[in-house]
Write a new protein. Structure first.
Length: 139
């Protein structure tokens, strides 16, 4: 028979606080490019972990570089995922029409026509500068 393993309770060591902040923020940045809404939530967790780690590290006499780096990366992930989520919500009708078109597109030519229709609908709704910034990336 094996003995059960008990997780330590109470305050966690200060050394792991900075690493936790940086890993959560890197995960949030990665999630931002896959699922922007999940990246938004993960970035909020990373930001909280980073902010909580700074005083913990200072009280232990450790450097706060990892925690501050986590805060910076989390803020970047939060900004990017917020913009991406907002853009998805703003173009929700156009994207839904694109998906419906793709369901019926049986050829590569028909799929290209679906993208052309989506791009035209997005051009009517978005400023020209935003489209140049986004490039010709297909949804």
């Amino acid at each position: 028979m094996s003995t059960p393993v008990h997780a330590p309770t109470g305050p966690q060591p200060a050394d792991s606080a900075g690493r936790r902040a940086i890993w959560l923020s890197v995960a949030a940045l990665a999630m931002t490019f896959m699922l922007p809404l999940a990246g938004l939530v993960m970035a909020l967790f990373a930001l909280v972990a980073g902010v909580r780690a700074v005083p913990l590290l200072r009280s232990a006499g450790r450097t706060t570089g990892m925690a501050v780096g986590g805060i910076v990366i989390a803020a970047l992930a939060l900004t990017l995922s917020g913009l991406a989520t907002g853009l998805q919500l703003y173009l929700m009708d156009e994207y839904s029409a694109y998906q419906e078109c793709m369901k019926g597109a049986g050829t590569v030519t028909a799929q290209g026509e679906c993208f052309t229709q989506f791009r035209a609908a997005a051009e009517r709704k978005l400023p020209h500068d935003v489209l140049q910034l986004l490039g010709a990336v297909q949804p």
